[in-house]
Design a protein. Structure first.
Length: 82
């Protein structure tokens, strides 16, 4: 049985950090999402989000979302802030 699609949208905040959001379905952990806060577009807490989240190699229930504002490139030292 495949995991259900989660219709929950991540709530935007003014912070530019990251949220770690566990998703439970009928009492069992389905996914955990690492989602950018205050991004330019809201994220769906689900592997089919518009940002094409990446599944973690070591923990297949962990999904890392990609930001529209490119903050991960800046945080990894690949670009300078505007």
């Amino acid at each position: 049985m495949s995991d259900p699609v989660c219709p929950i949208m991540h709530e935007q905040t003014a912070d530019n950090g990251w949220d770690v959001v566990p998703i439970d379905f009928n009492g069992r952990l389905v996914h955990t999402h690492v989602v950018p806060c205050g991004d330019l577009k809201r994220h769906q807490l689900d592997p089919t989000c518009w940002c094409q989240p990446v599944q973690d190699d070591e923990d297949p229930k962990l999904w890392g979302h990609n930001s529209l504002d490119g903050r991960e490139k800046y945080e990894q030292g690949e670009q300078r802030p505007n």
